[in-house]
Design a protein around this ligand. Structure first.
Ligand code: ATP
Ligand code: MG
Length: 406
């Protein structure tokens, strides 16, 4: 059995032995029915948070105010949440008021979609008060109760609906879609982090374009932070369809920024607003700018210099985006880049047969910026096959430019 599921079941056993009810709830039950591997296992219980803390030796009070305690069982963290209802999403981000309740049915009623509002006990019995099973069988996304009320309470649910449509290839119930088109402006209050987290799941989905199409069709994108401030252009269906050809999240971010900004040259400011990790911002920017400026034709030497600067991964990613942007490129470009990369006897400074120390000793010069510049000059010569990667040879060649750079 999956070790995470096993950990959740062990935790449930302990809770039951102490006289409490406990169930698997939410995404893991949906995924069990769908026979998909779940992201995480969530447990719901009628034990109050401090009771949960007292029953297990290792716990973390992750969201204790909202009733969530993370129990660490044999190194595996499982979130255990006390049955609760929530109300008054004052800031459109967190419920301002959480009330612990005694019944599973009430707890399930606060959940977003019927497919996410099912529970399962330790024996595998399903608890489905809101027709989740039927909706899963019909591949339909339906809210628990009126979508107008549920989206008003928490507009992120509209973005989640689009995400699940992409992830599970399910259709939106017509009322859900109608509510999204009507309440799209409520999205303006969402936090960038929550929006970005849902989009990351859209990038990892089998039907990415379906999710993005819904964001445009229902007008959510015009109100979603940070895109709302970007003078969003409306792409064609064919342009949106191309998301499905992009294999990785960096490429998807780059293409979305392209579509939303109408292909603006400088996107540093936009990328910063997404609040992604610095290495992601760098990778997206490199892919975007290379794709936009991809040269009409590329000689072998130019190709190798480009690869030295950006690496093969970024190079191939940029070509992929350039193709999606309908740039005229040679059919063999990916193959050419890959063989040029493999041919290069040195691909980075650490592959050179000399170090900065060797240069300092040989040239009897104090350390300075000239070292990096000289090494880069030598790397290009070696990579392009103009000089061999041999110590003596590199030291001599280095002298030609060392003085110039110092
Ligand atoms: P994933 O497979 O991506 O983890 P998930 O359905 O498990 O999807 P989570 O964000 O892990 O989504 O949330 C766990 C459960 O909590 C959901 O299945 C749902 O029951 C409930 N839930 C999460 N977010 C909301 C929300 N914004 N409104 C109502 N219920 C929610
Ligand atoms: Mg989950």
């Amino acid at each position: 059995m999956n070790p995470k599921r096993e950990a959740a079941l062990q935790i449930m056993k302990r809770l039951e032995e102490a006289g409490f009810e406990s169930y698997l709830v939410g995404g893991c039950v949906r995924d069990f029915v769908l026979k998909r591997p779940p992201q995480d296992y969530d447990v719901a219980t009628n034990a109050l948070p401090h009771k949960v803390q007292s029953l297990f030796p290792r716990t973390v009070p992750t969201g204790i105010k909202h009733g969530t305690v993370t129990v660490i069982h044999q190194g595996i963290p499982i979130e255990v949440t006390t049955f609760r209802t929530e109300s008054d999403y004052e800031d459109y981000r967190h419920p301002s008021h959480v009330e612990f309740v005694s019944s599973l049915e009430q707890d399930l009623s606060r959940r977003d979609f019927t497919m996410n509002a099912m529970a399962q006990d330790r024996q595998g019995k399903l608890y489905d008060y809101y027709g989740g099973l039927q909706d899963i069988q019909a591949k339909r996304i339906r809210t628990v109760g009126s979508p107008f009320d549920r989206f008003e309470e928490d507009p992120l649910r509209m973005v989640r609906a689009a995400r699940f449509a992409a992830q599970l290839q399910f259709a939106l119930d017509p009322k859900v879609k109608e509510a999204m088109a009507k309440l799209n402006d409520k999205c303006i209050h969402l936090s960038v982090e929550r929006v970005v987290a849902e989009l990351e799941k859209v990038w990892a989905s089998p039907a990415t374009s379906r999710g993005i199409a819904l964001l445009y069709e229902c007008g959510l994108i015009n109100y979603l932070p940070p895109f709302a401030a970007w003078q969003v252009q409306t792409p064609t269906q064919a342009q949106i369809g191309k998301f499905d050809q992009i294999p990785d999240r960096i490429g998807c971010w780059a293409y979305l920024v392209y579509l939303c900004t109408g292909g603006k040259k400088d996107i540093q400011h936009h990328l910063r607003q997404l609040r992604l990790a610095n290495h992601d911002v760098k990778a997206i920017k490199a892919c975007y700018q290379l794709a936009l400026d991809w040269p009409y034709s590329l000689t072998e030497d130019e190709g190798k210099k480009l690869l030295l600067r950006h690496g093969l991964e970024t190079g191939l990613r940029a070509v992929q985006l350039a193709r999606i942007l309908d740039k005229p490129l040679s059919a063999s470009l990916e193959q050419d880049l890959t063989s040029w990369w493999n041919e290069m006897p040195a691909k980075s400074l650490k592959d050179l047969a000399i170090s900065g120390q060797d240069l300092i000793q040989y040239q009897q010069q104090p350390a300075g910026p000239w070292i990096k510049k000289t090494l880069e000059y030598l790397l290009e010569k070696v990579a392009l096959g103009n000089i061999p990667n041999q110590k003596e040879c590199l030291l001599k060649e280095g002298c030609k430019v060392g003085a110039e750079y110092s």
